[in-house]
Design a protein around this ligand. Sequence first.
Ligand SMILES: Nc1ncnc2c1ncn2[C@@H]1O[C@H](COP(=O)(O)OP(=O)(O)OP(=O)(O)O)[C@@H](O)[C@H]1O
Length: 425
Amino acid sequence: MPEATATAEKATAGHASTKGATIELEHLTKRYPGSREPAVDSVNVGIKAGELVVFVGPSGCGKSTTLKMINRLIEPTGGRIRIGGEDVTHMDPVRLRRKIGYAIQASGLFPHMTVAQNISLVPKMVGWSKPRIRSRVEEMLDLVGLDPGEFHGRYPRQLSGGQQQRVGVARALAADPPVLLMDEPFGAVDPITRNHLQDELIRLQQELHKTIVFVTHDFNEAIKLGDRIAVLRERSHIAQFDTPEAILTHPADDFVSGFVGAGAALKRLNLTRVRDVEVTDCPTVTVDDPLPSIFNLLRASGTNEILLLDKRRRPYKWLRRGDLMRAEGSPARAGTLVHDTVTRDATLRDALEAVLTDNTGRVAVTGRRGEYIGVVDMETLMNSVHELLEADRLGAMEHRHEREEARAQQTHFEQEDVDAGEAKA
Ligand SMILES: Nc1ncnc2c1ncn2[C@@H]1O[C@H](COP(=O)(O)OP(=O)(O)OP(=O)(O)O)[C@@H](O)[C@H]1O
């Protein structure tokens, strides 16, 4: 059975989707015509199946060129690319791109096509049947958190930046490729939407286990998303290729330290997720609840604050006792709007930012459709920060100790050599 058809069967039979494939770049090189220096100079990278690897580095270091050589949007001038062990360096690029999804900044959607048409593009190209495509579009929209009924007929201009980006990811994943390339996909959206899109990607990846190569120049984004990070310097030379923890705590050289920048310990907040800390419950009411029962609940709960949920059980407002006095019969008229929420996949840094933005001492945690799950409070966050800083301090002490021991050992050997030399003389 041809590969594309096999993929289609799997995708529409409701089975698990195609898992990631390994990617090996061997001495991969790109010399643009007319340039004296190569833009990418003999890069060697091995990416495991199902891994999310981030290429991060300063502007112009060759991240995008390296990425685009993987799906041969840019033809290499030297070296080799293997995907799933197969040498694809000279494979027909159109065939190659069927097994590689590609998502870029500002989504790259075709403006004259509806959301559904955009998502259907590759499945159509590989010959899926109409009903199969229709159900796949629904599945994909659902996967990226957009209501299929509401969104499938819209045009890109009728979507927010974040929604366009979600559709871009849905399109990249539509034909169920084992590999997904993402070139600064969230670079053009505001910081809050960006955080949410990053959370979505983490959730998706937990479900799908694709091999993802993600390009960014934002180091915090790299720490948050990467299983491993390749820190690139000029001409895509790899300064360090390791886990976020290792890069933060043991940067390989001054270039990497410079890139990590100040506040490495606080950056580690990007490594801990909301799901790793205690999410507690807080008293909630909905906009349809009558005021007297809200008063009763507040009294019974012994707290001074209650979370008002909208009709779809999404956090809407924080209500305090005083607010309720001024509610004039409807709780929705009182209280302070919830500006920011986090999902379980958000980092503690996102949570901390949200707590500070909303100024209520806690942040509401929401599920896939924005529905209320619980809250994380400031105290929990501060305890985690404290633990991380303490772990870093101990780690740094241990590292210093190891270095001093190695140095002492070296001096000892050198002294022995001198003694031996003198004895001979
Ligand atoms: N088509 C081209 N012709 C000639 N030189 C190019 C071409 N495209 C890119 N370059 C050069 O190759 C180098 C690497 O570019 P590339 O876009 O891969 O870098 P990057 O790390 O992705 O940068 P940024 O973060 O700014 O997007 C740069 O010096 C760039 O000027």
